[in-house]
Design a protein around this ligand. Sequence first.
Ligand code: NDP
Length: 400
Amino acid sequence: MGKALIIGCGGVASVAIHKCCQNSEAFEEICIASRTKSKCDALKEKLEGTTKTKIQTAQVDANNVDELIALIEKFNPDVVLNLALPYQDLTIMDACLECGCNYLDTANYEPKDEAHFEYSWQWAYQDRFKAAGLTAILGCGFDPGVTAIFTAYAAKHHFDEIHYLDIVDCNAGNHGMAFATNFNPEINIREVTQKGRYYENGEWVVTEPHEIHKPLNYPGIGERESYVIYHEELESLVKNYPTIRRARFWMTFGQEYLTHLRVIQNIGMARIDPIIYNGVEIVPIQFLKAVLPDPKSLGANYHGQTSIGCRIKGLKDGKERTYYIYNNCDHEQAFKETGTQAVSFTTGVPAALGASMWAKGLWRGAGVFNVEEFDPDPFLAELGEQGLPWHELFDVNLEV
Ligand code: NDP
């Protein structure tokens, strides 16, 4: 049915590419384009012969709009999946507009010199995508992504009004390393060392990093210490569901991980401003990324599960009710299928599925959309088959 250009060839992209190749009826042809072409070629070689999807590869610097335009004009895709880094969101959106191509990503734009993420930069493209009759789908990984689709599903089927939303993200896996991040280390460390932020009664409440925490019980896993951090889907969800009184995002961290993070910050290795070392300008966090384990390499020894979901309280037919919708994903199973661990798997599967929703004409529209603005039903009807089964619990103790 369609042609997709996939930009990036890291952990998340590898999973999405596996999934596109398993769904050849939606993705007849793909082009894998990234900064390091050899990684794209290696993946093409691995997948060719296992799929009907035709695969091309290309080199591209996604910071360069002209290079992107040349690539899009040459391959002529229906949709671009941006699975590179959040720094490249705007250049890729610019190139899509220039070439009349649709767009999807998994993380909102962040300027490289400021650890700050919000949707304003990408929402500012609304009029241009609308005028061009093109669809831009923002944040179609797991969180953001499935968590917002879970919320849309709850609002559609189980609540007249959502009042309290707590997104809970637990990684109970063990990769056997003293310290490693589960996705791009630079983006991950920037995200988790920020101040906490949550929404309450129409305002954003700012906390010190990891200031609010409590043990929460995760299905099939048990109790894990969970910390309130800021996460981007909160911004679009409180806008799209104005009955929400409080929205928070909780993530589990082990003590060992937090200790390493504190040391990394204290010794200046989390700095994002350039310093001069031996006469050369380097950015400490980028140097750190180069010496930390590649998240893609963690899969082989990763055991245990992730559990991500939404805990919701609100009203249905005038009565208060609680609801918990979640997915558990097993690191070993994810590795067996795609050669990557569960964090990349839970992000790459929804990205490919969101693109296939667009390709099948189920998620369409002119403008810039967060995923909760589309119909959650066809997406969730397929999510389990694609490897991420989900479960619902009604009227349970939400603990939050
Ligand atoms: P990786 O670092 O593993 O991969 C990033 C890829 O992008 C690499 O192939 C890299 O190339 C490529 N790349 C980087 N810069 C450029 C550039 N200028 N031009 C072309 N290609 C470039 O990251 P992940 O796969 O772990 O993460 C990918 C995205 O997914 C990130 O935006 C991350 O924030 C997001 N994410 C979203 C989640 C969600 O649930 N919504 C969860 C986890 C991640 P090279 O190989 O040369 O380095």
